[in-house]
Design a protein around this ligand. Structure first.
Ligand SMILES: NC(=O)c1ccc[n+]([C@@H]2O[C@H](COP(=O)([O-])OP(=O)(O)OC[C@H]3O[C@@H](n4cnc5c(N)ncnc54)[C@H](OP(=O)(O)O)[C@@H]3O)[C@@H](O)[C@H]2O)c1
Length: 312
C-alpha cells in the first residue's frame, strides 16, 4: 500500500512540476483580465464549463455581476494572476494590455491574449512574456460576445505550442480552436487581412444600400440578391488569390480594362442618384492606375500590385 502511495505522490509531484504549480499556484484555474463585453462572455463561458475562474477589471463594479456565477473577483491584477495557471487578457487595445500586465509577476503562467492588435504588438508581448517567465499565445476572435462558447465562435491562435496543447480543451469552451503556428504575430497577421476584407465588404455593402435607397429599393429587398451574387463570386476570389500568389495576371476573364469601364458606369449611375462615390473611389483609383500603366488586358487581381510597397 505504502508503495502505491509513494508512486502516487511522486506522480503528483512530477505533474505539479511539469505544470509549474510550485509556490501554491492553482494551475488548472483560469484568470480573466478585462471584463468588457468580450471578457465577460469569456469568463461566463469558462464558468459554464465548470472552470475555477478568477476575474479582474479596471472598474471593479463589472466583476461583482459575475460573483453570482461563481467567479472569484480579485482586487488587483497580481491577485488575479496568482490564482490562475491560464491568464486570459481581453482589454481594449495593446496599450491597455501592456498597462494591465506591467510590473505583474507572471512567472509560470500561460498568457492568452485575445486583445486585438497588430502582428508586431503580439510579438512584443510574447517577448515580454518570455523575459518574465511566462508563455504567450495570441488569439484572434471571430465571434461577438453573444456567440462566445457556441458553434458560431472561432478563435485563431498563434504563439506557444505548449500553451495551445495544454489548454486546448479549456480554450475550446470559447469556440473552435485553430492553431496557426509558433509565431505569436501570425494570428494577428491573418486577422488584419481578414478585417480588411470585412471592412471592404461592409463599405461596399453600405454603398450598395445607399444606391438602392436612392433608387427606391429597400435594403432588405436588395440584400438577398446581393448575398446570392456574392456567394456565386467566391470562386473568383480563389482565382484572384492564386494569381496574386503567382504574381501572374495574364489570364482571366475579369480584365482591368473591362472593370475600369464597369466602374466608370457605376460612378455615372451613383452620381446621377446623388450618392457620393466615396466608398469605392479609392478602389477605382487603383484600377485606373493599373490601366494607365498599360495593364488593361490583365486580371483585376493585379490591383494588389498597386498596394504593394516597393521593396527597399
Ligand atoms: N466585442 C467583440 O465583439 C470583439 C470581437 C473580437 C475581438 N474583440 C477584441 O476584444 C478586445 C475587448 O473588446 P470588448 O468588446 O470587450 O471591449 P469593451 O467592451 O470596450 O471593453 C474594454 C475593456 O478594456 C478595459 N480597459 C480599457 N482601457 C484599459 C486600461 N488602460 N487599463 C485597463 N483596462 C482597460 C475596460 O475596462 P473598464 O471597464 O474599466 O473601462 C474594459 O474591461 C478588443 O481588443 C476588441 O477588439 C472584441
Amino acid at each position: 500500500m505504502a508503495g502505491i502511495w509513494w508512486t502516487g505522490a511522486i506522480l503528483s509531484l512530477v505533474e505539479v512540476i511539469t505544470r509549474g504549480e510550485a509556490g501554491g499556484m492553482t494551475s488548472d484555474a483560469i484568470t480573466v483580465l478585462g471584463l468588457g463585453n468580450l471578457g465577460v462572455a469569456v469568463a461566463q463561458a469558462f464558468l459554464r464549463g465548470g472552470c475555477r475562474t478568477a476575474v479582474w477589471n479596471r472598474s471593479a463594479a463589472k466583476g461583482v455581476a459575475l460573483e453570482g456565477s461563481g467567479a472569484v473577483v480579485a482586487g488587483t491584477v497580481q491577485q488575479a494572476v496568482a490564482s490562475g495557471g491560464l491568464v486570459v487578457v481581453a482589454v481594449l487595445d495593446h496599450q491597455a494590455a501592456q498597462e494591465v500586465l506591467r510590473g505583474v509577476d507572471v512567472r509560470g503562467r500561460a498568457l492568452v491574449n485575445l486583445t486585438s492588435g497588430t502582428p508586431e504588438e503580439a510579438r512584443e508581448l510574447a517577448r515580454w512574456a518570455a523575459e518574465n517567465g511566462a508563455e504567450y499565445l495570441h488569439g484572434a476572435v471571430y465571434a461577438v460576445p453573444q456567440t462566445i462558447g457556441t458553434d458560431e465562435s472561432a478563435i485563431n491562435y498563434s504563439g506557444s505550442a505548449a500553451v495551445h496543447e495544454r489548454w486546448r480543451e479549456r480554450l475550446a469552451l470559447l469556440g473552435r480552436v485553430t492553431y496557426l503556428g509558433t509565431d505569436a504575430g501570425l494570428a494577428s497577421g491573418y486577422d488584419v487581412a481578414i478585417l480588411s476584407g470585412m471592412y471592404g465588404l461592409i463599405g461596399g455593402f453600405l454603398h450598395a444600400v445607399a444606391l438602392a435607397r436612392a433608387g427606391g429599393i429597400k435594403a432588405a429587398e436588395l440584400t438577398p440578391m446581393l448575398l446570392s451574387w456574392l456567394t456565386d463570386l467566391h470562386p473568383a476570389l480563389v482565382t484572384f488569390a492564386e494569381e496574386a500568389d503567382r504574381g501572374d495576371y495574364a489570364g482571366g476573364e475579369s480584365s482591368l480594362a473591362m472593370n475600369q469601364s464597369g466602374l466608370a458606369m457605376l460612378v455615372r449611375a451613383t452620381e446621377a442618384q446623388g450618392v457620393p462615390f466615396a466608398a469605392l473611389g479609392s478602389f477605382k483609383a487603383l484600377v485606373d492606375e493599373q490601366v494607365a500603366e498599360g495593364r488593361g488586358t490583365e486580371s483585376l487581381a493585379r490591383v494588389v500590385e498597386s498596394l504593394q510597397r516597393p521593396a527597399g
